[in-house]
Design a protein around this ligand. Structure first.
Ligand SMILES: Nc1ncnc2c1ncn2[C@@H]1O[C@H](COP(=O)(O)OP(=O)(O)OP(=O)(O)O)[C@@H](O)[C@H]1O
Ligand SMILES: [Mg+2]
Length: 214
């Protein structure tokens, strides 16, 4: 089982949005997916409640119960577990980082998000098994701010994902309907960004697995 964790100490960077979008895309690609919501605000679970379809399964868990929940998920045949964490709650992020094969850090190309990346890096230090991947999210269609942001993030020592997610209202509309953008507007740009992100993450994980086998 592959375990991904969405972590960012800053609120509102897109952790839940990308967790759910990746979960639905992975299901559509034939994977059995479980989303584990560690956020007391339960945004991912509430999305699951609004949703008409059963898959992907969304469950909540206490951070201290995450490891046990992941063992059960693997025994039940889950292929990919995606752990969504709250901002500013160290224990949840720490447990998710320890359990994850790969930590994904959504980050908007704004100074406020960039400034909190250091806090996220400190929290992950010594906990994450592999170098985390920063995903630039809500990138405006106009301007080059995201390029400057990507440079600044790389200069902090992070790996920046080559797939970026544009700023699109479809994310908001889809979430309200208990959907993700690939379902709400399959031919839209947001959906295409998410599919590209999923493919890129699969490639990174495959590459890392091969490197470990060497
Ligand atoms: N690429 C995007 N384009 C437009 N809006 C987006 C995008 N990504 C996320 N959003 C919106 O930004 C808001 C915050 O996103 P989300 O809830 O996923 O962040 P979060 O990191 O999980 O927040 P929290 O830290 O509170 O859990 C939501 O209203 C969501 O619809
Ligand atoms: Mg959230």
């Amino acid at each position: 089982m592959l375990t991904l964790a969405m972590i960012a100490q800053k609120g509102g960077t897109g952790k839940t949005t990308l967790a759910l979008s990746l979960a639905v895309t992975a299901e559509a690609a034939g994977q059995s997916v479980l989303v584990i919501d560690l956020d007391p605000q339960a945004s991912a679970c509430k999305w699951g409640d609004r949703r008409a379809r059963d898959a992907p399964t969304v469950m909540d868990a206490q951070p201290a119960r995450l490891a046990a929940a992941l063992v059960k998920a693997e025994q039940a045949g889950v292929d990919i577990a995606i752990v969504d964490t709250p901002a500013r709650v160290e224990q949840a992020a720490a447990e998710a980082a320890k359990a994850a094969d790969l930590v994904l850090i959504p980050c908007k190309p704004s100074i406020l998000d960039l400034e909190t990346l250091r806090a996220t890096a400190e929290l992950l230090h010594g906990r994450a098994r592999r170098p985390p991947l920063v995903i630039l999210n809500a990138v405006p269609a106009q301007g080059t701010r995201h390029e400057q942001a990507a440079e600044a993030i790389a200069a902090m020592g992070f790996t920046v994902c080559t797939a970026q997610i544009g700023q699109r209202v479809a994310f908001e509309y889809a979430a309200q309907a208990g959907l993700t953008v690939t379902e709400y507007e399959p031919e839209g740009r947001a959906a295409s960004d998410i599919r590209q992100l999923y493919v890129t993450i699969c490639q990174i994980v495959d590459m890392q697995i091969k490197e470990m086998a060497r």
